[in-house]
Design a protein around this ligand. Structure first.
Ligand SMILES: Nc1nc2c(ncn2[C@@H]2O[C@H](COP(=O)(O)OP(=O)(O)O)[C@@H](O)[C@H]2O)c(=O)[nH]1
Ligand SMILES: [Mg+2]
Length: 314
């Protein structure tokens, strides 16, 4: 059923562990040459406790019937390393007969934004491993949705009727970002009301002619059919992206985000290392001097620099 060689789980696990905590120079040292074919990426984001992990596990399980799925969960609330999320949420017997599924959860280093610093690199490593599709869970707080938006093709916002943050989330402007809205825990009361509220908010942002119309779905991890509907909506969105010719645009956006993320981290690493006396200088001098420090440190770290022929010898 699946083309390609089997996933090397051990090698992937090691690469993800190393990347999760890598500094910029370490990230760059781990890069391989050669292009990697882009793999469809599905993002699940939303407030803590909405059921992203539970839903994501079941969604991934449903989609393994026709694809090899790699799932990455960036979860500040579960600092355990390793694939704890399936162990927690899905019984082993549910995995019987599933296709190839790899699940890895990682604690977010910067818990504030719910995203691992190296998420673009982690996703790239997943892409290299040979999955047909990647599912990534991030906690949607603050700027995280915007980052997730840049890194995935189909973004699913998961809300639950008990989460009072839903209305807050709308105000923060994240409503326009998602491709699919999910009210999870629809077995609990309040789901229909929340779905109605969200539909009303969405109507205030009518999509342009021919644009994707984000569906608002109700799911429950106790209702397998609702997971199938979610899965079909994701397929529909991916089809729409292909037909609208937007895949290439999304990929450029990803590459841009990845580079920007690395450059911002270079800046952060440089600024953190500045000595206290540095800040006594006029601001313009500080900026120039900091930029001067940034560039040479990168050149020194670059392993493949051709020799300049002079100035290298003491
Ligand atoms: N009743 C009900 N509980 C759910 C559902 N989905 C998840 N949960 C529960 O909600 C809690 C949080 O789920 P989790 O997947 O960890 O949420 P996350 O923080 O968004 O990843 C867990 O106790 C789940 O068992 C659902 O559809 N219905
Ligand atoms: Mg989770």
């Amino acid at each position: 059923m699946h083309a390609g060689s089997p996933i090397d789980r051990r090698a992937l696990g090691l690469a993800l562990s190393r990347l999760a905590n890598a500094r910029v120079d370490e990230v760059l040292a781990m890069q391989h040459d050669g292009a990697v074919a882009a793999v469809p990426r599905i993002g699940l984001t939303g407030p803590p406790g909405a059921g992203k992990s539970s839903l994501g596990g079941r969604l991934a399980l449903a989609r393994t019937r026709t694809r090899r799925i790699g799932m990455l969960a960036i979860d500040p609330s579960s600092p355990r390393s390793g694939g704890a999320i399936l162990g927690d949420r899905i019984r082993i017997d549910e995995l019987e007969g599933a296709g190839e599924l790899y699940v890895r959860s990682l604690a977010s280093r910067s818990a504030a934004d719910g995203l691992a610093d190296n998420l673009p690199e982690l996703l790239h490593a997943m892409e290299r491993a040979g999955f047909d599709e990647i599912v990534v869970e991030t906690v949607g707080v603050g700027q995280a949705e915007h980052a997730a938006r840049s890194l995935v093709d189909t973004l699913v916002l998961v809300l639950d009727p008990g989460g009072g943050d839903a209305v807050q989330a709308m105000k923060a402007g994240i409503m326009e970002l998602a491709d699919v809205y999910v009210i999870n825990k629809s077995d609990l009361s309040g789901a229909a009301q929340l779905a109605g509220e969200i539909r009303r908010v969405l109507q205030a942002f009518p999509p342009a002619a021919g644009a994707w119309r984000p569906p608002v779905l109700a799911t429950s991890i106790r209702d397998a059919a609702s997971i199938e509907v979610l899965s079909a909506s994701i397929d529909a969105h991916q089809r729409w992206l292909r037909e609208a010719g937007l895949e290439a645009t999304r990929r450029v956006e990803r590459a841009r985000y990845r580079l920007r993320n690395l450059l911002e981290r270079c800046v952060a690493e440089t600024v953190v290392a500045l000595p206290p006396g540095f800040f006594d200088e006029p601001l313009a001098t500080q900026v120039d001097a900091a930029l001067d420090r940034l560039a040479p440190s990168r050149r020194r770290a670059r392993p493949h620099d051709p020799p300049t022929g002079k100035g290298d010898e003491p």
